[in-house]
Design a protein around this ligand. Structure first.
Ligand code: SAM
Ligand code: SF4
Ligand code: SF4
Length: 356
């Protein structure tokens, strides 16, 4: 795999491109009210067809291009990524890419955990670096209300246990919706603190157009930290790197938790993330209204892995396109949300499609 660029790309605000989130499917087995409310994503909702989805070969070709341009982390997401078949094989192949620093690219997965238990062994073998599991409540009724399915949180907890037993690195994400699951903050913190698993509290965001977002349902991270401080005693650790989305805190009795404050404390200034939708469009912001079709530049004439030269030509072509797009990037939606309420009404892409 030849490399032409030795410097990571920089956008208009001097932000590198180091993270790529890849949506493997726009479908999901949950209907979280904050992401895929069932009133919108019902029986008649038109999901992407199989033909429209990027194939694994196309995902690998595009990932290779992104890594050549400076990407160091690939996160597989969706929709629910574990609905897609043969993910361990994809991860195994993605792990072969080397970053500009000559290190192995980091590959992680975000899942709702419902199907995790059956995959932990093959995921571990594939070389997956970390799995992030979303879980919004321990209480069964509240969990069901959040995901709008009659499942038990025990299924997700068993998936988490299986991942830990398999030796996978694990983090847990909890979206906090004030008035719905905020009373789960302490039980969730206690549960994961005693198991030494990092729980990250995410502020309910105004992604997409379907989730009836209202600021009155946002519990600012500052309030969450105060609550946890009163209960456990906490201290600020900070961000591991400037572009990390989560601020990390430690409990006085040991263990850490994170806060992701996209609404109350936006972090656009260091945003190094691009997103690839499951049908191959590149989005430079979670709140974008439109994307850039990369698939049309790599699909067309059929190609096989042996047709190396052909693949290299396409990859090099798409690298030039990505470069131009990133260098023209000016996104800072969350910062603007704080000061200019008008821009929040523009039509945005759905998170289940673009990848969380
Ligand atoms: N289905 C997988 C899952 O739930 O982990 C992966 C995709 S999901 C879109 C990725 C992450 O986005 C999850 O942690 C989810 O909780 C978070 N998310 C979705 N909608 C959100 C919203 N409106 N505000 C904050 N986080 C949200
Ligand atoms: Fe599905 Fe994840 Fe969205 Fe929930 S947050 S509906 S699990 S994609
Ligand atoms: Fe990045 Fe857009 Fe989120 Fe700002 S709003 S942190 S630019 S994805």
């Amino acid at each position: 795999m030849t490399k032409k660029n030795s410097q990571p790309l920089r956008d208009n605000f001097d932000r590198n491109l180091t993270d790529l989130r890849i949506s493997l499917t726009d479908q999901c087995n949950f209907r979280c009210s904050y992401c895929m409310p069932k009133e919108i994503f019902g029986k008649d909702y038109q999901f992407l067809s199989k033909k429209e989805l990027l194939s694994f070969e196309e995902i690998k070709l595009l990932s290779n291009a992104f890594v050549n341009l400076g990407v160091e982390k690939l996160r597989l997401t969706g929709g629910e990524p574990l609905l897609r078949k043969n993910i361990p094989e994809l991860i195994h192949d993605l792990k072969k890419f080397k970053t500009l620093k000559g290190e192995n690219v980091e590959v992680t997965l975000t899942t709702n955990g419902f199907l995790l238990q059956q995959f932990t062994s093959s995921l571990k073998k594939s070389g997956l670096d970390r799995v992030t599991i979303s879980l919004d409540a321990l209480d069964e009724n509240i969990f069901r209300r959040m995901i709008d399915r009659k499942y038990s949180p025990k299924i997700v907890l068993s998936g988490i246990d299986a991942a830990i037993n398999e030796g996978l690195a694990v983090k847990v994400n909890m979206v906090v919706k004030k008035g719905v699951n905020h009373n789960q903050i302490i039980p969730m913190a206690d549960y994961f603190r005693t198991r030494n698993i990092q729980l990250r509290f995410i502020e309910f965001m105004d992604v997409g157009n379907s989730n009836q977002w209202d600021s009155k349902h946002v519990l600012p991270s500052g309030e969450i930290v105060k609550l946890l401080n009163r209960k456990f005693g906490v201290a600020e650790v900070g961000r591991k790197t400037a572009s990390e989305v989560a601020e990390v805190w430690s409990y006085s009795g040991g263990g850490t938790f994170g806060t992701i404050s996209s609404v109350s404390k936006p972090f656009c200034k260091n945003c190094s993330r691009a997103r690839l939708s499951s049908d191959g469009l590149l989005y430079t912001c979670l709140f974008s209204s439109s994307g850039y079709d990369l698939k049309k530049h790599i699909r067309g004439k059929s190609c096989s892995q042996s047709d190396r030269e052909f693949i290299e030509t396409k990859r090099s072509h798409v690298e030039n396109i990505i470069k131009q797009i990133w260098e023209g990037r000016t996104d800072r939606y969350s910062e603007q949300r704080l000061t200019d309420k008008t821009n929040t009404h523009e039509r945005k892409i759905e998170m289940s499609y673009i990848g969380g």
